[in-house]
Design a protein around this ligand. Structure first.
Ligand SMILES: *Cc1c(COP(=O)(O)O)cnc(C)c1O
Length: 825
């Protein structure tokens, strides 16, 4: 579905400059995701830190001709002769308005889903339940924000028979806009949790905000057993829709859940809907899945899926893997595994993700794709579109799996392409054996058995992995940015291998989010980043005297903390004929670790800096000793004063601006008025608030699996030196993680615990080098089950408290042999 530029101009009430003839098929809010320039309309959005207007020249060069702006470039006629500029007062509002008008074109059921958790699960399950009968258009991944919702709704097209969209809010006033864009005919509130509570005066206020989605809907769906929700719904003034709530307690509920019976792998649900009793079997047993299934059932029944069909499809529901995984593969490959449902929108997003991760080795981009099941479009249209996407998104090698793809091979049109009937055929082929030094995106419907393919391609290492959630890194980044003035620059500390999370992938994510500086400890860490395509400015906190040449070669800017270091650096730079190499001057204001004395050393420092031109101070900084505790506020104030004294003197003798910085994570939050020009974010980025020890968005989860289970009678001991004597007959599990992996031995003998299927299991006996034993008596588990050492459900601070240290030490202690796996929603 496309719109003429004239139509768009009218729909968003813009003033048009330029006469270029154009039809708009794609809208773009992030310049990095450009795919089809000719048909794209770019919205130059402004946020606190960024301004889409800056990207207009680049996008124009890449072929974009249509822009929605608040300011028309002054050089429009000379520099953009054949472009259209649509001038509006607010570009975000214009984007939302366009989506709203687009939505108006459709007289079909639209499901809007809100709630604190489970939105994506309900949306994806509805898609699974409905898509055999209806062409469903839904939000890609979790595009549920003020920008994500309009982009999702824009995907509605002439084939769509039902739309399913998520609406996520984090503060008062956001739902009204989302409601108007989605205009749901069926509105769902999954549940009401405590997320984002800080932005609301009360839980009731948050509930009421979410319920704004219910306005004008024909059907509203919610949990009738949640008293607060029930009350808020009944107080809604303009609610006209039928209230189809579920309840396990209230027999008169429209959807009465009469019985929930948990089996080993499934849950049997008996319900009474509109007077009739039915059952379904759900292939999940966790609480959240069961609750979410009620909302799904009600919506599906409302949309005319009969109870029998519903039962059949419920049984086949698949887990929602919402994350892209980046894994190290064999033979120099990197694997991007996207087990997310295969449809054209998620393919596009995955390809975009692949393109945006820099790859210095310039490896080939390969796509392994299965047949796509998506009703509505003809298969010809569908695979033509797939081919077009592949060519636009830089896929160089295409491997198609499935009969449909084979039939439509001619649509792909890449120079290197292979087709197989099934995964086995691929695995047995030379094409498979010859995969090497490639970035491989694996994207396939589950029924094709792609998990076996990934398993064969992944480099086999230890079964213990550290899972790193890249979305959480971004959320934490934004949290700290929200405490900072928009113009304040940011250094992200990725020393110690990004606090254990792995510096390369973290750096890629941070670079993608336009962080000003990355800081590592030693030169080699910087080189690794450069070799992996990181082009951001990099600071070296502990520069070695032997590595100056490396720093010059790779543009790594050293910290300078002593005269000896300064002189050696200057000498080395002069030898190379280098001038104006940026350095960062460290002042010691109280830590008494490294740095120049801001009172005694300044004269000499200035003298030495001034008599040479090889290096030039880019910034001057110091480090708080105790910004994490109010007890040291006086001391911190003195540190700050001392710093200003030294830094101001340095600035006074140079014409160029020298950046001042002092705040670390705790400081950013606690001393916002000491931000100066730049802040240095460390621990907070990795999900721990250093002031409260609370978890922010958790980034790293250390996981392992149960190797072996055995019954051990009471009175027996476990492990070396008989340190734990069992007091009861016990079930003991061995797990492949030991102190050599970074599991601290002080956790031994029931001092610490891990989680097995969500339940606490004590460490028993002394933790060994490569293996530990845990007590799983009474816990439902089997060999191969996953064990969480710390992470999403067991905060790392619990461990650091038990062993009497700080979370930094536990995080950075996870050894190199533990494989890092990266996720992104
Ligand atoms: C590690 C480090 C930081 C970051 O500290 P956090 O407490 O992790 O935020 C900031 N500045 C310097 C000099 C550091 O070494």
């Amino acid at each position: 579905m496309t719109y003429t530029i004239e139509k768009v101009t009218t729909l968003i009430g813009a003033r048009r400059f330029g006469e270029h003839v154009a039809r708009i098929g794609f809208i773009l809010a992030d310049s990095r995701s450009l795919c089809f320039p000719e048909e794209t309309l770019f919205f130059a959005l402004r946020s606190e830190r960024n301004d889409g207007h800056h990207y207009i020249p680049e996008l124009y060069r890449r072929g974009v001709r249509n822009f929605v702006v608040t300011e028309v470039p002054f050089n429009r006629e000379t520099d953009y002769p054949d472009a259209n500029f649509l001038k509006v007062v607010d570009t975000l509002e214009a984007l939302q308005r366009l989506a709203e008008r687009h939505r108006d074109e459709f007289n079909i059921p639209i499901v809007g889903i809100t709630g604190s958790n489970g939105k994506t699960m309900v949306k994806e399950w509805l898609n699974q339940l409905l898509s055999d009968d209806l062409f469903v258009t839904r939000s890609p991944r979790s595009y549920n924000s003020q920008i994500g919702v309009p982009l999702s709704v824009w995907l509605l097209n002439e084939h769509t028979q039902v739309g399913v969209f998520e609406a996520g809010i984090s503060q008062v006033g956001e739902m009204a806009a989302l409601h108007d864009i989605i205009q749901p005919t069926i509105a769902v509130l999954t549940n009401l949790g405590d997320a984002h509570q800080e932005n609301f005066s009360s839980k009731e206020a948050k509930c009421k905000e979410k319920l704004k989605l219910f306005r004008d809907a024909k059907v509203v769906v919610y949990n009738g057993d949640d008293e607060l929700v029930g009350r808020c719904v009944s107080e809604l003034k303009d609610l006209k829709g039928e209230r189809l709530f579920w309840s396990v307690a209230d027999k008169r509920a429209p959807f009465f859940v009469k019985a929930i019976e948990k089996k080993a792998q499934t849950t049997e649900v008996t319900y009474i809907y509109k007077g009739e009793e039915h059952r379904y079997s759900l292939p999940f047993i966790d609480e959240a899945s069961v609750n979410n299934s009620f909302a799904c059932a009600i919506v599906a029944l409302t949309l005319g899926i009969g109870a029998n069909k519903l039962g059949e499809r419920m049984r086949q529901l698949e887990p929602i893997a919402m994350r892209l995984e980046v894994k190290q593969g064999r033979h120099g490959c990197t694997l991007i595994n996207d087990s997310y449902n295969s449809d054209i929108n998620s393919l596009d997003i995955a390809l975009d993700f692949m393109n945006r991760r820099p790859d210095h080795q310039g490896r080939r981009h390969t796509l392994v794709l299965s047949d796509i099941y998506q009703s509505g479009m003809t298969t010809h249209e569908l695979y033509e579109e797939v081919g077009r996407l592949c060519r636009q998104r830089g896929v160089e090698k295409f491997i198609g799996i499935g009969e449909e793809l084979k039939k439509h091979a001619a649509s792909i049109k890449l120079s290197e392409e292979y087709f197989f009937d099934n995964v086995d055929e691929l695995i047995g082929s030379d094409v498979f054996k010859q995969l090497h030094d490639e970035v491989i995106l694996i994207k396939g419907a589950r029924r094709f058995g792609f998990d076996r393919l990934t398993e064969l391609l992944v480099r086999k290492v230890h079964e213990t992995t550290l899972e790193v959630n890249l979305n959480a890194v971004v959320k934490n980044l934004n949290r700290y940015r929200s405490f900072m003035k928009p113009e304040t620059k940011l250094v992200c500390m990725i020393k110690a291998d990004a606090y254990g999370a792995g510096s390369v992938e973290i750096a890629k994510t941070l670079q993608d989010h336009r962080v000003d500086y990355l800081a590592v400890a030693v030169a080699d860490e910087g080189v690794t980043l450069r070799k992996n395509g990181i082009t951001s400015s990099i600071m070296i906190m502990n520069p070695e005297m032997t590595a100056f040449k490396t720093m010059f070669d790779y543009d790594l800017e050293p910290e300078v903390y002593s005269f000896r270091l300064l002189d050696a650096l200057v000498k080395a730079a002069e030898k190379e004929g280098i001038t104006g190499f940026p350095v960062h001057i460290k002042l010691d204001t109280g830590m008494h670790r490294l740095g120049f004395d801001p009172q005694k050393d300044m004269d000499e420092l200035i003298k030495r800096l001034k008599r040479q031109t090889a290096v030039i101070p880019r910034s001057v900084f110091s480090h708080f000793v105790g910004s994490d505790s109010d007890d040291f506020d006086d001391f911190s104030a003195r540190q700050y004063e001392l710093f200003r004294l030294g830094a101001d003197r340095l600035q006074a003798v140079f014409d160029h601006k020298i950046l001042f910085h002092m705040d670390n994570s705790a400081g950013i939050e606690h001393f916002p008025d000491r931000q100066m020009d730049m802040c240095r974010l460390g621990l907070g980025l990795y999900g721990i608030n250093p002031r409260t020890n609370e978890t922010l968005d958790n980034v790293s989860t250390l996981k392992t699996t149960i190797l072996q289970l055995r019954k051990v009678p009471a009175g027996d001991s476990v492990g070396y030196s008989r340190k734990t004597i069992l007091e009861r007959d016990s079930m003991i599990a061995a797990i492949p993680i030991g102190y050599a992996d970074g599991l601290d031995r002080h956790l031994s003998n029931r001092r610490g615990y891990c989680l097995v299927n969500g339940q606490k299991a004590d460490y028993v006996g002394n933790i060994c080098m490569d293996v530990a034993m845990i007590d799983v008596t009474g816990i439902d588990c089997k060999e191969g089950d996953s064990v969480e050492i710390f992470g999403d459900r067991l905060p790392v601070t619990v461990l650091s408290d038990i062993i009497g240290t700080i979370p930094y030490e536990v995080l950075t202690g996870v050894s190199n042999r533990v494989k890092r796996v990266y996720f992104q929603d």
